[in-house]
Design a protein around this ligand. Structure first.
Ligand SMILES: Cc1cc2nc3c(=O)[nH]c(=O)nc-3n(C[C@H](O)[C@H](O)[C@H](O)COP(=O)(O)OP(=O)(O)OC[C@H]3O[C@@H](n4cnc5c(N)ncnc54)[C@H](O)[C@@H]3O)c2cc1C
Length: 474
C-alpha cells in the first residue's frame, strides 16, 4: 500500500466505518409492511418500492382516485437505489444538459421544461405533505480538478447559459472561495439544477403518502412472472407464505437494475456498482475550514467523477468514481462492500480536503446503478400494452423517476401524450452485447474512460462510441 499521507489518513478514517447505508441505518426507519396475504385483484399493479414505483402509485391515484392500486416490493421500500444514493435531486431528465442537447437537439427545450416542472412538482409534494426529506434547494456546482477538465467545464457553462440556465462562473480564487479545495481550478454554479435531500426519508414519506391516498402497499412480496390473461395480466408473486396470484388490468414495472421479469430488459440495463462514504458530522471549526456556505451538491468534470454534498447534520457524503460491472450482471448484497473502491474514495476525499485530516467515516456502502447505453431510461410496453416499464436512469433517477413513472402511466393509456411522443421515450437505447462478450467490452470501455480522464484524449474506442451516441456511465 502507498504510504502517502492521504493513503494513511484514508485507511485510518475508514477503520471504524459501518458497512451499512447511512440513510436507512436509523432507529426511525419505518417498520416493514406485511406481505400480500393471499390472491387478489386490482386495476393497477405497481412493482418496485423505489421512487419509480412509489411515484407511479401516487400519480395513478392522483389521476384517478377510484382506481384500485396495489404496490408490491420484494424486500422493503427504499432498499434499492432509492434508499442508497447521493440524494441529488436533479432537474435534468437527460443525464445532464450537455448529453441531452447532443442527443435530442430538437427536443431539448421541451425536455428542459419538463425537467424543471418535474423538480418543482417533487418539491411541492414534499412541502404540501410535510415529508421530512431534509430538502435543501442548494443548486449544484460543477468543478474542474484537472487541466483537461477546464475546457469541458467551461463548455458546459456556456451551454447552460445559452439555454437560459441561472448559472454563475467562478475562476480559481472564486471557486475556492465557495468551497476551499486545493484541487479546484474553476467551476460554475447551476442554481436551479438540483436540490439535495435525504433519499430514504423521501421514499418513506412517499410511501406514507401512497398509503393515505389508498394505495395497498405490501413489502416482502416479489413478482415472479407475468402472463396475459383475457384483457388483463396475471402476476405470480412470492411471499413467505408461498405463491399467490394477482389479476391486474395494468402493470407498471419499476424494478430498475434488478434482474427483470421481462427478460428483454436484460439487453438494455446493466447493474453497475457505485460506492459511497459518509463522514462523521463536521465540527464548526472543520466546516469553517472548507467554507461551503452555499451547501451545494458538487460534482467534478471527470467521466469517472466524484459527487459529494453536505447532509442536514453536516456530514459529507462522498461517492462515485470507481463504478464496477460484475460478470453476468450480478446484483447481490455481497457486492455492496468493496474495500478497494472505498479506500480509493477515502484517498480522493483527503486529496480534495486535506484540511480535514483526522475526520473519520461513519458509513460505507454501495449500490447498483441502472445503466443504459444512452444514460437515460428506457420506456416501453409488453403483453399487449398492459405492462409498462421505466428503467435505466443511469445514476440520475432520484428526480427523473417521478417523470419516468408518469411516462409509464401515459403508455398504459394507449393514447399519445406530450411525454410519449418524445424521441427519448419512443426509441430504445442501443442494447449491450450479451455475455460472455459484455463483461470484457464493459471492462475495456472503463479502462478507456479512465485513460481519457488522465490524458484528456478520447481515444479511438470512445470516439467510435461517441459517433453512435452510446457509452457507459454511472
Ligand atoms: C450509489 C448510488 C448513488 C446514486 N446517486 C444518485 C444521485 O445522487 N442522484 C440521482 O438522481 N440518482 C442517483 N442514483 C440513481 C438513483 O438512485 C436511481 O436512479 C433511482 O433511485 C431509481 O429508482 P427506482 O425506483 O427505479 O429503482 P430502485 O430504487 O432500485 O427500486 C427498485 C425496487 O424494485 C424492487 N424489485 C426488484 N425486482 C422486484 C420484483 N421482481 N418484485 C418486486 N419488487 C422488485 C427492488 O427491491 C427495489 O426496491 C444513485 C444510485 C446509486 C446506486
Amino acid at each position: 500500500m502507498s504510504s502517502t499521507p492521504t493513503a494513511r489518513w484514508a485507511a485510518t478514517a475508514l477503520a471504524a466505518a459501518r458497512p451499512a447505508v447511512f440513510w436507512t441505518d436509523t432507529p426511525d426507519r419505518p417498520p416493514a409492511r406485511e406481505a400480500l396475504p393471499g390472491d387478489s385483484s386490482c386495476d393497477l399493479l405497481v412493482v418496485g418500492g423505489g421512487f419509480t414505483g412509489l411515484w407511479a402509485a401516487i400519480q395513478a391515484k392522483q389521476r384517478d382516485p377510484g382506481k384500485h392500486v396495489l404496490l408490491i416490493e420484494a424486500r422493503q421500500v427504499a432498499i434499492g437505489a432509492s434508499g442508497r444514493n447521493g440524494g441529488f435531486v436533479a432537474a435534468s431528465l437527460t443525464h445532464g444538459l450537455d448529453h441531452g442537447a447532443a442527443s435530442w437537439p430538437g427536443e431539448i427545450d421541451r425536455l428542459l421544461a419538463l425537467g424543471q416542472d418535474n423538480l418543482a412538482a417533487i418539491e411541492a409534494t414534499v412541502r404540501e405533505h410535510a415529508i421530512d426529506a431534509r430538502w435543501e434547494a442548494t443548486g449544484q456546482l460543477l468543478v474542474s480538478v484537472s487541466p483537461h477538465q477546464d475546457q469541458h467545464v467551461r463548455a458546459s457553462f456556456d451551454l447552460h447559459r445559452r439555454f437560459g440556465a441561472d448559472v454563475q462562473w467562478y475562476d480559481e480564487p472564486g471557486i475556492r472561495g465557495r468551497v476551499a479545495s486545493p484541487t479546484y481550478r474553476c467551476g460554475f454554479l447551476d442554481r436551479a439544477g438540483a436540490a439535495v435531500a435525504d433519499p430514504a426519508r423521501l421514499a418513506w414519506g412517499l410511501a406514507a403518502l401512497a398509503d393515505r391516498l389508498g394505495v395497498r402497499l405490501h413489502e416482502h412480496t416479489e413478482l415472479v412472472s407475468l402472463s396475459a390473461e383475457g384483457t388483463g395480466v396475471d402476476a405470480v408473486l412470492r411471499t413467505g407464505r408461498g405463491l399467490q396470484t394477482v389479476r391486474a388490468r395494468d402493470v407498471v414495472l419499476g424494478t430498475n437494475a434488478y434482474p427483470p421479469v421481462l427478460r428483454r430488459l436484460r439487453h438494455f440495463v446493466l447493474p453497475v456498482y457505485d460506492h459511497v462514504l459518509m463522514t462523521e458530522p463536521l465540527s464548526a471549526e472543520q466546516l469553517a475550514q472548507i467554507g461551503w456556505a452555499g451547501r451545494e451538491g458538487i460534482g467534478d468534470g471527470g467521466h469517472q467523477f466524484h459527487y459529494y454534498r453536505l447532509t442536514s447534520d453536516n456530514r459529507i457524503l462522498w461517492g462515485g468514481y470507481d463504478a464496477n460491472y460484475h460478470r453476468g450482471g450480478a446484483v447481490k448484497v455481497a457486492l455492496e462492500q468493496r474495500d478497494s473502491s472505498h479506500l480509493l474514495l477515502a484517498r480522493h476525499f483527503f486529496q480534495a480536503f486535506p484540511q480535514l485530516e483526522g475526520l473519520t467515516f461513519s458509513h460505507r456502502w454501495g449500490g447498483a446503478i441502472d445503466t443504459t447505453s444512452r444514460f437515460t431510461p428506457m420506456f416501453g410496453t409488453a403483453l399487449g400494452g398492459r405492462v409498462a416499464y421505466a428503467v435505466g436512469y443511469t445514476g440520475l433517477g432520484v428526480g427523473s423517476s417521478r417523470w419516468g413513472a408518469a411516462v409509464a402511466l401515459d403508455l398504459l393509456t394507449g393514447e399519445p401524450t406530450e411525454n410519449t411522443e418524445l424521441t427519448m421515450v419512443r426509441r430504445r437505447p442501443v442494447p449491450f452485447p450479451p455475455e460472455p462478450v459484455r463483461y470484457p467490452v464493459v471492462a475495456f470501455t472503463r479502462r478507456e474512460i479512465a485513460r481519457s480522464d488522465s490524458t484528456g484524449r478520447r481515444g479511438w474506442w470512445l470516439t467510435l462510441l461517441d459517433r453512435f451516441g452510446v457509452g457507459f456511465d454511472s
